[in-house]
Ligand binder design. Structure first.
Ligand code: AMP
Ligand code: MG
Length: 402
C-alpha cells in the first residue's frame, strides 16, 4: 500500500499542465496565469496629487504657521484627467484635485482643508501651515516600476491580482485551460435526490459535493448519470466521460466487493491503472489511472472518504493540470479543544472545525459515513498511526475553506 506522499508523487509526475489559451481580463478571475506578466508601465503612471488642494513649491511655505499665514497666487487649475500646462513658479500655486497630474515646478500638494480663500482677491489663497517636499504627491513608479513582474506564471488570478493587471492596462491574459472533470457515482443503491426511494435505496450525495469542490479547485465540473453496479454500465459511463472530459472522478466501486467494477471497467476500455490503495484513513481504496491523455480518479463511495481523498489526491492533480504553482491545502496552526485518537495503523485524517480564533474543535463521530461531520467541518488533522493527541495540543489543520 502506498504512503500518501508517494501516491501524490506518482500522480503529479504523470500529469502535465493543459495547453494555454487567452482570456479577457474580465473572464480571468481564479484562472492560473501561464506566462509571467511584466508591467508595461509605471504605477502611478505620473506624479499626481493625493488630495484636493494646491500644488506648491514647499520652499515658498517654509515659514508658514497658523499665526503667520502665507498667500500664493493661483495661476491655474488641473482636473483629474486633465493635462497641466502651467508652471508653478515662486509665489504661485495651481489648483489640483485627487489624481490631477502634478504641474511642473511644484514639489508638494497642500490639502484644501489647510488653506483659506481670500474673499477680496479670488486669485489668491492663504496657506496656514508649512508642507514637506513631496507631501501629498503620489510619485511615478512608487507602486510598481515598469519592467517588474506583476504576476508570476503559475499564480492564480485573485481579485487583487486582476485589479493590478487592469491598472497596468492589460486586457487579455494567457492562462492554462481549465480541466473538464466528469463526475460519476457508481452504486445500484443510489437514487437521484428529489425522487421517491425504493426499499434499500439511498440518495446519491457525492456528485454535487464534488462538483462544488472541483469548481473551487478552478476546474469545470460536469455531473453524469448514476451508474448501476455492472461491468458494462461502468465501462460505458467511463467511456462517455473520458470522451468529453480531461478526467473522470468516480465514487464507489473501487473496493474488493463483487460489485466493485471501476478498476475492471477502466482496464477493459484500455485504461492503465497506476495504483490502487493508499495508506490513509478514510479512503484506503483509491484508484489512479490514465487512458491516453485522460485520467481516472476513483474515489471510495463513502462520502467522507470521497471528500478526503478528493482533497488530498485529486485536488492537487487538478491544480497541476492548470499549471498552478500553489501548494496544497492551507495549513493553519491551532490548538485542540478536545482529544483526537487514532487507534488504527494508518494515518487518520480527522475532521475538525477550526474557529476564527484558531481553536480546533474535534468533531465527535469520525465514521466515514457521517455526512453531518462534513457539513460542520472546515479542515482535517493528520493523526499518525496508533497516536492520540491530547486536548490543548498544537496541531496543523489542513483547511479546505481558505
Ligand atoms: P462503495 O465504495 O461503493 O463500496 O460504497 C461505500 C458506501 O458508500 C456504501 O454504503 C454506499 O452505499 C455509499 N455510497 C457510495 N456511493 C455513494 C454516493 N454517491 N452517495 C452516497 N453514498 C454513497
Ligand atoms: Mg458501491
Amino acid at each position: 500500500m502506498l504512503e500518501l506522499e508517494d501516491a501524490l508523487k506518482r500522480i503529479l509526475s504523470t500529469i502535465q499542465p493543459l495547453e494555454h489559451e487567452t482570456v479577457a481580463l474580465t473572464e480571468a478571475a481564479d484562472r492560473v496565469l501561464a506566462e509571467p506578466i511584466v508591467s508595461p508601465v509605471d504605477l502611478p503612471r505620473f506624479d499626481n496629487s493625493a488630495m484636493d488642494g494646491y500644488a506648491v513649491r514647499a520652499a515658498d511655505l517654509a515659514a508658514t504657521r497658523a499665526e503667520a499665514p502665507v498667500s500664493l497666487q493661483v495661476c491655474g487649475k488641473v482636473a483629474a484627467g486633465g493635462v497641466s500646462t502651467d508652471q508653478v513658479k515662486a509665489g504661485t500655486c495651481v489648483r489640483l484635485f485627487t489624481g490631477s497630474p502634478l504641474p511642473e515646478g511644484a514639489d508638494a500638494v497642500v490639502m484644501q482643508e489647510d488653506t483659506r480663500p481670500d474673499p477680496s482677491r479670488p486669485d489668491t489663497v492663504w496657506f496656514l501651515q508649512a508642507v514637506r517636499p513631496w507631501e501629498n504627491v503620489r510619485l511615478r513608479g512608487e507602486d510598481v516600476k515598469r519592467g517588474t513582474t506583476l504576476v508570476a506564471a503559475g499564480d492564480r488570478l485573485t481579485f487583487g491580482r486582476i485589479g493590478l493587471l487592469a491598472a497596468a492596462g492589460l486586457a487579455g491574459l494567457c492562462v492554462s485551460r481549465q480541466p473538464r472533470v466528469g463526475l460519476l457515482a457508481t452504486g445500484s443503491e443510489l437514487a437521484e435526490s428529489g425522487r421517491s426511494l425504493q426499499p434499500g435505496q439511498i440518495y446519491e450525495s457525492n456528485r454535487v459535493m464534488l462538483a462544488g469542490l472541483v469548481r473551487r479547485s478552478g476546474a469545470q465540473a460536469e455531473i453524469f448519470q448514476l451508474v448501476p453496479d455492472t461491468l458494462e454500465t461502468t465501462r460505458a459511463a467511463l467511456e462517455t466521460v473520458l470522451a468529453r472530459c480531461d478526467a473522470a472522478i468516480t465514487t464507489g466501486g473501487v473496493s474488493v466487493g463483487e460489485f466493485d467494477f471501476v478498476k475492471a471497467a477502466f482496464e477493459q476500455m484500455g485504461g492503465e491503472l497506476n495504483f490502487w490503495k493508499v495508506s490513509i484513513k478514510p479512503g484506503k481504496p483509491f484508484v489512479f489511472g490514465r487512458a491516453g491523455g485522460k485520467f481516472l480518479f476513483g474515489l471510495p463511495g463513502n462520502p467522507v472518504s470521497a471528500l478526503v481523498t478528493f482533497l488530498l489526491l485529486a485536488r492537487p492533480a487538478l491544480a497541476r493540470m492548470q499549471g498552478a504553482s500553489e501548494p496544497g491545502l492551507s495549513q493553519c496552526p491551532g490548538t485542540l479543544t478536545g482529544p483526537l485518537a487514532n487507534p488504527v495503523d494508518r494515518r487518520h485524517f480527522m475532521r475538525v472545525v477550526q474557529e476564527p480564533d484558531g481553536r480546533v474543535r474535534p468533531l465527535g463521530a469520525q465514521g466515514s459515513h457521517f455526512l453531518s461531520s462534513i457539513a460542520n467541518a472546515n479542515g482535517l488533522v493528520d493523526v499518525p498511526p496508533r497516536t492520540s493527541f491530547a486536548s490543548g495540543r498544537a496541531v496543523t489543520v489542513l483547511r479546505w475553506d481558505c
